[in-house]
Design a protein around this ligand. Structure first.
Ligand code: ZN
Length: 170
């Protein structure tokens, strides 16, 4: 990172999140902000007098964000997005089967006995039903998604697209 030149959009986002975590440390853990110089320059930046308060805010933010990764991924599936699209946002495009990796990431149940994952549930935005999703291990929509209403337009379109793609009967 240079002091000079325009920061990229990604850098601005990183700074924004850092600012939020620091302000949460002030709000939640009574941390105080002090200013320290940036390198050998006369420029200063705000830092926390007690770094442990920053650590607390960062750990709590990470825990909440991890829950939101799961919630938004499931909402995206409910809204009609594919596991491949979810995988792309999660940064899994380089894997052999990005959709499967995304499903396993979202469905993972750390520390529980039994299978590590088997299915997730989301609310279909098309038919309003709660759908069980066993992951993109099979190509037929009815084998991986159960619970759509019989009249669900999205599911009917998915099945029709599958028939078109495979050349098989529905
Ligand atoms: Zn549906």
């Amino acid at each position: 990172m240079s002091v000079f030149g325009e920061p990229s959009e990604q850098q601005r986002r990183v700074w924004r999140v850092r600012d939020l975590v620091r302000s949460l440390a002030v709000e939640w853990f009574a941390a105080t902000e002090v200013r320290e110089p940036v390198g050998d320059t006369a420029i200063t930046r705000p830092v926390l007098a007690d770094p442990l308060a920053g650590l607390r805010a960062a750990v709590l933010s990470r825990w909440v964000a991890a829950g939101q990764v799961r919630d938004y991924a499931l909402d995206a599936r409910g809204a009609g997005r594919s596991w491949a699209e979810v995988a792309s946002v999660l940064g899994f495009d380089d894997h052999d089967a990005p959709g499967v990796v995304a499903f396993e990431h979202v469905a993972e149940r750390g520390g529980r006995t039994g299978p590590r994952w088997d299915r997730v549930w989301w609310r279909c935005a098309s038919c309003g039903q709660r759908v069980a999703d066993t992951g993109p291990y099979s190509s037929h929509p009815s084998e991986v998604e159960t619970g759509h209403a019989e009249t669900c337009a999205r599911h009917a379109a998915d099945v029709a697209a599958w028939a078109e793609r495979t050349g098989w009967g529905q």
